[in-house]
Ligand binder design. Structure first.
Ligand code: FES
Length: 119
């Protein structure tokens, strides 16, 4: 962790095998969560908030993908989001997108920077 807004989330190796790691983005008065996962060579992170109703995407811990493991799916009304850029390609918020979080992997540690995503 550092004073520059980067928040240590997990070890890179914890993301092996399609695991999603959830984390808190702080804000005691308005708790918000995020999630991070590996997609090919990239590590991606988003705020856990569906653009449709502003609620969390998942009902079960660590479960974000649809049954085929292709898209991030909102458990409430089934909106589908592309993992690489968070764009909604089907569902009630089609054309909208998840809020991405900057990710950095350094010395085996995955960090995110909530920055402007939280304002
Ligand atoms: S709340 Fe996510 S699709 Fe409706």
């Amino acid at each position: 962790m550092s004073g520059s807004g980067w928040q240590a989330i997990c070890k890179e190796e914890e993301l092996a095998g399609g695991v999603f790691v959830e984390f808190s983005l702080g804000e005691a008065t308005r708790p918000t969560r995020g999630f991070v996962f590996r997609r090919g060579d990239r590590v991606c992170a988003y705020v856990n908030r569906c653009p449709h109703l502003g609620i969390e995407l998942n009902w079960l811990p660590g479960r974000f993908f649809d049954i085929d493991g292709c898209f991030i799916q909102c458990a409430t009304h089934g909106a589908l989001f592309t993992p690489e850029d968070g764009h909604c390609i089907a569902g009630p918020c089609q054309g909208d997108a998840l809020t991405p979080l900057p990710v950095q992997v350094k010395e085996g540690i995955v960090r995110v920077n909530p920055g402007k995503a939280m304002t």
